[in-house]
Design a protein around this ligand. Sequence first.
Ligand code: HEC
Length: 150
Amino acid sequence: MRKVTAVMVLTGLLSWGAMANEVTYREHIKPLWQSQCMACHGANAPYLGEFDENENKYVKLNLGPRMDSYADLLMFVAWPDTGALMRRLDDRQYTQDGKPGNMYVYLGETEQQRQQNLALFKAWVGDQAWTLKRKNDITKEELTAIKAGY
Ligand code: HEC
């Protein structure tokens, strides 16, 4: 049996609470993204196609692909970079190597903050849709379970 910690209980309550009022991009994800992700994925970062073509150059500058609008963020949830957001943010519950995704660390300064913010992202994407699968592996059911409301 896994030990149930206060953080897990709190996270459970928070994600339950978040699901009761639907988590939206405008209300919850945008401000969270602005405080935790914008520095490296904002207006000074290249859009996905340009990033992919010159990835080494941008990574050296500590810039990831730009995702500073609702539409641009959705590309990392649904298509073409299906599941990228989930793979990078997952805390290790679903990752194959048992390590958190490499953007998990940016979710907050403390483990508690990271867990709370992960719960928000999860509630936004939809718990049924929180799969780390890429576009060739994801099922139609999983794809249609994506909520990601505006
Ligand atoms: C300190 C800079 C920095 C911060 C802060 C940061 N990222 Fe990143 N991110 C990067 C860089 C650089 C890459 C590209 C290198 C790599 O793939 O790891 C990246 C890659 C990604 C990718 C993969 C994109 C792809 O091409 O598939 C996703 C998704 C992502 N970040 C999401 C986030 C989210 C969500 C946050 C906020 C919680 C965040 N990142 C915060 C620097 C950052």
